[in-house]
Design a protein around this ligand. Sequence first.
Ligand code: G3P
Ligand code: MG
Length: 240
Amino acid sequence: MIAKPPFVIGHRGACGHAPENTLGSIRKAAELGARWVEFDAMLSADDEIILFHDDALERITGRDGLTAETSFDVLRTLDAGSWFSHDFAAERIPTLMEAFTVLGELGLGAVVEIKPSDGRGVETGSLVAAAVRDHWPSHLPDPIISSFNEDGLAQALDHAPEIPRALNLYKSLDGWQDKMVTYDCVALHCLESLLNEADVAKIVRTGYDLRCFTVNEPARASELRSWGVASVFTDFPERI
Ligand code: G3P
Ligand code: MG
């Protein structure tokens, strides 16, 4: 089912209210009224697709080591919620399939961000794209696959050409048009502070959807919307 995302997209679930990239964070986003969420899809050492943002485990789990060097059965034992609040001590690092089940139950759309650990763009892109292609709940609106990683986007184009893609940018807008064409993207997702009104007008005139991260202030969200930004990723869906 093709349906454009709404203006508000929960960032890493609703990561202002619950530990990022957990099932609890996805549920919280829905509870707060979000109809779409974004999360980060990374590989464990044994190629399980998990929701996780960092190359290193320390910030979220307090454990030394790299995500890409840790097997899923070990990752699964780690506490992914206490760093945020002891109320979330039961949260575990979820698999992409578990996230799909929860999205299906809640009726949420999603931006699935391919988030490779350093040097793992090809494997992460190919496995995530194939998983979305083969297992996305058919009753939900079509998802969007996004990435900062060009190997990841190339793999998504190769393995799941029919699933819409978005190019993520956070350093600069340089070269965005060529990259959009190369990876046949339909949308540009960029750091909100990279944009001014003229940039937004130029991007929107080309026909691409433009979305921004991370926007937690309602006044900034209103300004971006008035310029033509289609959606914002926010940690606080209820604020926007
Ligand atoms: O997908 C948009 C946004 O999540 C990109 O930045 O670092 O939060 O994954 P990051
Ligand atoms: Mg992300």
